[in-house]
Ligand binder design. Structure first.
Ligand SMILES: CC(C)(COP(=O)(O)OP(=O)(O)OC[C@H]1O[C@@H](n2cnc3c(N)ncnc32)[C@H](O)[C@@H]1OP(=O)(O)O)[C@@H](O)C(=O)NCCC(=O)NCCS
Length: 165
């Protein structure tokens, strides 16, 4: 993979977080679908990964994507943190927290008021300052992908919000 000189370090964590490039798409796709197969997140096609590539941040080991996460703008005041995935062999080493920090920083840069996430790991997010919320309090627009979920309409994910104000 060639290095992209426009990449910038976005997280204050010692782990370096980069905006994704096209070279990362297959690695992101592999990681997300690994966890999707375990029922932890929605699967993504490679085409969707490319279409949403500018939402993604990655952490790499050499050329390999070892962790990824995305911030997807929903509306002027709301963005979703999604597709947060860390290599199964590299859990609990700070990668997930570094990616959440990068997404929060990006939300601030964009002028967002609030971020939300849907997760089975509420404790992980709460330790980073996120708060649990009633999923029904989120705007209906946040459900636009749910029809693709095998669990729809019996969603058992926990909604979490992060206030940027
Ligand atoms: C959820 C997920 C992204 C967290 O990523 P991670 O890299 O393991 O997260 P971190 O290492 O930053 O934090 C995880 C834990 O490790 C601890 N930790 C972080 N750095 C550490 C270190 N250097 N040494 C020891 N422990 C550490 C944190 O305190 C945290 O504790 P907690 O689990 O009690 O909250 C990861 O488990 C994952 O890929 N899960 C599957 C997909 C998923 O559920 N995604 C979320 C959907 S939104």
């Amino acid at each position: 993979m060639t290095s992209d000189t426009s990449e910038s370090k976005l997280a204050s964590s010692p782990l370096t977080v980069f905006p994704a490039t096209v070279h990362d798409a297959e690695g992101i796709h592999r990681l997300v679908n690994h966890w999707a197969a375990q029922g932890q997140m929605l699967p993504r096609t490679l085409a969707e990964t490319y279409e949403n590539l500018r939402d993604f941040f990655v952490i790499r080991d050499g050329d390999n994507v070892i962790a990824c996460g995305a911030l997807h703008i929903m509306w002027a005041d709301m963005a979703e943190l999604k597709s947060l995935a860390v290599d199964p062999d590299l859990q609990s080493a700070g990668h997930g927290s570094a990616l959440v920090a990068a997404c929060v920083e990006e939300g601030r840069r964009l002028g967002m008021q609030q971020l939300f996430a849907l997760s089975y790991r509420p404790g992980f997010f709460e330790r980073l300052g996120w708060k649990q919320a009633d999923v029904m309090s989120l705007p209906r627009k946040v459900w636009n992908e749910c029809y693709r979920c095998p669990k729809f309409p019996g969603c058992d994910e926990i909604a979490l919000i992060y206030d940027l104000n």
